[in-house]
Design a protein around this ligand. Structure first.
Ligand SMILES: NC(=O)c1ccc[n+]([C@@H]2O[C@H](COP(=O)([O-])OP(=O)(O)OC[C@H]3O[C@@H](n4cnc5c(N)ncnc54)[C@H](O)[C@@H]3O)[C@@H](O)[C@H]2O)c1
Length: 335
């Protein structure tokens, strides 16, 4: 049993804590949150220790590994402390909003053999992974084009948007990683456009966009189009489509159930889409914990690590530069 402690038990940390507690090869070693009542609630519900500080977690002999699910600006510091204490880490995305800070963190942890995994959960979705496997097996021939659709069911609260770092670092970051996962080669060119259509006032105030399209290109000419919206009234829209010389593979949306309804007035009505990421990626979040346990047990590098987090952030920076300068950006231009 790998004893994992969770740092930060807010919206996502609470779910991770429950997944660890339910995992057959892991146990929840305890939780810590700067907001005491949050930690107390989870520790009491799951019957585990509430630590008094992150330092106490890192110093504890009862903790084999840590999962960092705190607010984004704390990730890099906690990750460095975990590595200094010799604890393997599963860190939520993004590593930090600043590429400079991520590069400094990379320098500090350089050469470590302690497993560091990044929480790009969508890689563990069975549908998205099946698309990648179809490409790898040659089932659709040579890959030419990928389309990633990722739309939230509704605009996040203003308090969240204001500190999010902007749509590319906060939301598209998942799609940048998915693009790298599906394309299977480095992206060299990034072209982006953004609009303020859902909440123009809030977006203008935050110098952000709520509707974006990004075109990525690899050195060999493979293309990926990412489209994001902060609001799709029909629900959380998550699709990945890959076109190759010999066919196409699609990872479709998941409705709440598989029933289809036909009547005199309509045909083929499906149930609504799963509400949001906690529901839609529930299986993937559990599989992510398994992948982390595997990596730590084998002492092997996790299949999605620190450098993947850094590369996704480079693509976010390139997209922002592309919009601000109205041109296509070569990834070599970034940090
Ligand atoms: N992988 C995904 O799909 C996904 C989805 C949502 C959020 N996230 C990421 O997870 C992280 C947390 O997001 P959230 O929505 O759960 O936020 P949240 O605000 O609900 O929870 C964050 C928690 O961390 C605690 N915290 C802050 N600083 C701390 C510190 N130094 N030590 C201990 N606890 C601390 C806060 O008190 C809070 O309880 C963010 O980085 C976010 O980007 C990832």
């Amino acid at each position: 049993m790998l004893k994992i402690a969770v740092l930060g038990v807010g919206r996502i940390g609470k779910m991770h804590a429950e997944n660890i507690a339910a995992h057959p090869r892991a146990s929840l070693a305890g939780v810590f949150d700067v907001h005491g009542p949050s930690a107390k609630e989870v520790s009491q519900k799951l019957g585990v220790k509430q630590y008094e500080s992150a330092e106490a977690v890192f110093a504890s002999g009862d903790v084999d590994a840590v999962l960092i699910a705190t607010s984004t600006p704390t990730h890099a510091d906690l990750l460095e402390q975990a590595i200094a204490a010799g604890k393997p880490v599963l860190c939520e995305k993004p590593i930090d909003l600043s590429l400079e800070r991520v590069n400094a963190c990379a320098a500090r942890i350089a050469g470590t053999s302690i497993p560091i995994m990044l929480g790009f959960v969508r890689r563990f979705d069975t549908g998205h992974r099946a698309v990648r496997n179809a490409i790898a097996s040659g089932a659709i021939g040579d890959l030419h084009q990928v389309i990633i659709t990722s739309r939230d069911p509704g605009m996040a609260p203003a308090s969240y948007i204001e500190v999010s770092g902007g749509i590319f670092r906060d939301m598209t970051i998942h799609d940048f990683d998915m693009a790298r996962f599906i394309l299977g080669e480095d992206v060299t060119e990034v072209s982006a456009t953004g609009s303020r259509l859902v909440d123009p006032e809030l977006m203008a105030k935050c110098a952000d966009y709520d509707t974006v399209t990004v075109v990525l290109k690899t050195a060999s000419g493979k293309q990926c189009i990412i489209n994001n919206s902060r609001r799709a009234v029909y629900g959380y829209d998550q699709r990945v489509e890959a076109l190759g010389s010999g066919g196409m593979a699609i990872s479709e949306n998941r409705p709440l159930n598989g029933m289809r309804l036909y009547s005199e007035q309509f045909t083929d009505q499906a149930a609504p889409l799963m509400n949001f990421f906690i529901e839609r990626y529930a299986d993937a979040f559990a599989a992510e914990i398994s992948a982390f346990v595997d990596a730590v047990e084998k002492g092997a590098p996790p299949e999605v690590g620190f450098e993947d987090g850094r590369q996704a952030l480079i693509l976010a920076e390139a997209a922002m530069l592309s919009i601000s300068e109205g041109r296509s950006v070569n990834t070599n231009e970034i940090g």
